[in-house]
Ligand binder design. Sequence first.
Ligand code: ADP
Length: 393
Amino acid sequence: MTDIILVMNAGSSSIKFAIYPATATNPEALIRGKIAGIGNQPDFMVHDDEHRDMQEGPLESIEPSATHGDLTLQLLQWIAEHTAGYHLKAVGHRVVHGGVTYREPVLIEDTVMQTLESLVSLAPLHQPNNLAVIRAITERFPELAQIACFDTSFHRSQPRLAQLFALPRSMTDAGIIRYGFHGISYEYIAGRLPEVLGPLAEGRVIVAHLGNGSSMCAMKDRRSVATSMGFTALDGLMMGRRCGTLDAGVVLHMLDQMAMSSEDVARVLYHESGLLGVSGVSNDMKVLDDSPNPHAREAMELYCYRAAAQLASLACDNQGLDAIVFTAGIGENSATIRRMITERLAWLGVSLDASANESNAARISDKASRVQVHVIPTNEEVVIAEAVRKTLR
Ligand code: ADP
């Protein structure tokens, strides 16, 4: 029997999963899949390590109302039926919020669950789903080791000033600070920097994680120095449906003058803003890039305007800039967005090789560029699998 590790990455409406060998440090998953559209019309996709579709099995009959917990139980059943000869040794989870407590991955026990429950109000869209998945696995396999990896941990290396809001000290003491997110993705990129940048890996690097959720992280010595997301994953860059940085006065205006409830405000800020809100067309960058609608173009321009301004601000945290790395769905695939952002950074000495950029090459800056620009596909699951192996050792 070969021991395997299951990695679970539960989002607001999806569960991504991957299965790795428990001992080998292999970046390739044996099986990788996703349940998308949870709460609406769930859809199951899964393939093996040679990208062959493995989609047969009980998950074909998913109830539209199935929750993250229900679907986790169905998924465990599917995995049991498709991994004969393998033994499930442990599960690793992406958990969005570890608060100030968790700076490293942690073995999940009752006291850990209590702490994670207490953080639900800090990440109400994601944390409950992460915990529902953990609980479902505990219900089915009470003795199985489960390890949580946190999106916030990577940023705990930041200087205190980068983590503070200019709020009364009592609020800071109560935990209202800038936590930052996408830390597992940043950890993966930080691990790849030496092979990509050589000695410059320890220099002043800004990583742009541009996906449905978008953020940036300034790194020095491959550690987080500052990041664009703050107390919640709402802050910073414009995103697919989220507004990013917003004058807090707008929220007060919505509540007091527009008679909106806090639920209405949350819906607007989390689901109806960003690329979708500005374009009125879609939250999907590829759809916008293909759209003739001028509002789609304006949404893309605003996204890039704000991304360039954020990047320049993060360069100040590091007092300079040696390299930029683009990653995640938009960062890895959209030559248009990389070009539009970096054109605004020409004054920092950034210039792209147009054909390298068009072909999503690994290095996209030209020889004259004072700042190296690279594309590195992210892989959060591999970081979680490695954290599980380390914990098991
Ligand atoms: P999530 O935050 O949900 O993990 P992803 O990292 O998968 O998101 O990124 C999804 C985004 O990447 C979508 O906006 C999608 O349109 C965009 N994207 C993927 N491929 C391309 C492409 N070829 N051109 C432009 N955008 C793309």
